[in-house]
Design a protein. Sequence first.
Length: 193
Amino acid sequence: MKPRARGPSNDELRMTNYECLGSDRVRHSSFVIRHCSLVLLAVLVAVLAACARKPGPTPAGPLERAYDSEQDWNDPQHLIPLNYEQSQGKRIFYSDCVWCHADATPAGPSNRSNLTPVPALSNDGTVLNVLSNEYLQNIIALGGSAVGKSASMPPWGKILNQDEIRAVIAYMRAIAQPPYRAPAPSASQYLVK
């Protein structure tokens, strides 16, 4: 009988498998190290980017802080910023007042030129700036004839509430040309001396 060819012993097989596993482990561990270092680098870049000084917000101009705006009737390139109350007055003005107190309306020409006497434009500061808010409130609420003005101005007091009337006046003050300057508060008669 012929002797059988003898293969590697169990110890030799274990050694060969271990050497193969060892080279795989080396390759695997270098892959893990490279992968971890890339992840660590990405995290470091993100942290540095987050820590970098960012420019502060630019200060907002009056139009950016405004609730609404109105195009200046005398200078279409100029926008007038409006706060909330003034914008509510604008809404009421364009629904009820524009027909007599503006030269043009969103629908076309106004009725202003057909009235006698011709009503003041709502932005006419030369006429309206000298009138007090209380006087304007009475004209709007009670109508023109109640304060010695034209009977063509109807009383709006049963249609508009006091807040709405104040909003219309605030809108008129905001768009006035020349600009409206509120009077300085008068000294009280009840000052302690």
